[in-house]
Design a protein around this ligand. Structure first.
Ligand code: BEZ
Length: 211
């Protein structure tokens, strides 16, 4: 069955471009982003890996480790790395799993047989420091992901894990947030000393509390 939000992220040990990695050891106390690629030496994946690598510093700042996956071999990945560096201007700077036996792809339900019965779709799993699944995204092979959006949702996940807030449509780091309905007005006054605006009794906004 597909992994759902709040489920335990399956641990695994796998060969990668940076040696053998066990997921839980690799993540330690960090957040993690595990994302799959349909195949090595494919054009969209090449652009995605370059874009993730270029933003690695932003993931580091967010205490988040990246882990890519493709079902081809480590040797194949090593050859592809050269192309990524050459064409995208950024060398791969995080591990890429060689999931030749589809063990990880199966555990995370990354193969959707009605789309393609051998290649993975473009899955994204955000895993919290508690090893629970915090977010899933699924794109078809033909549509590349948006790294900005993944950083944006990571900011929301990390903020809402710490404060009793939710983030509104199109929210970006630094913008006002919504106080969750379970918080009374009295509690909100204590929790959010910068104050809040009650647009409706159920729609109360406040400046981002960790800014
Ligand atoms: C790609 O990454 O470019 C790709 C992979 C599989 C199917 C279509 C595109």
């Amino acid at each position: 069955m597909a992994l759902r939000l709040g489920d335990q992220a399956p641990d695994f040990t796998a060969a990668t471009t940076e040696g053998t990695i066990s997921l839980y050891d690799y993540l330690g106390d960090s957040w993690g982003i595990l994302f799959s690629h349909p195949k090595d030496f494919t054009p969209v994946c090449t652009t995605e890996l370059g874009a993730f690598a270029a933003r690695k510093g932003d993931f580091d700042k967010r205490n988040t480790k990246l882990l890519g996956l493709s079902v081809d071999s480590v040797d194949s990945h090593q050859g592809w790395k050269g192309d990524i560096a050459e064409t995208q201007g950024t060398a791969l700077n995080f591990p890429l799993i060689a999931d030749e036996d589809r063990k990880v792809a199966d555990a995370y339900d990354m193969i959707h047989p009605n789309a393609n019965d051998t290649l993975t779709v473009r899955s994204v799993f955000v895993i919290g420091p508690d090893k629970k699944v915090k977010l899933t995204l699924t794109y078809p092979a033909s549509t590349g992901r948006n790294v900005e959006e993944i950083i944006r949702v990571l900011d929301s996940l990390q903020l809402t894990a710490e404060y009793k807030v939710a983030t509104p449509v199109n929210w970006k780091d630094g913008e006002d947030v919504i106080i969750v309905p379970a918080v009374s007005d009295d509690e909100a006054k204590e929790r959010f000393p910068k104050g809040f605006t009650a647009v409706k009794p159920y729609l109360r906004t406040t400046p981002q509390p960790n800014r």
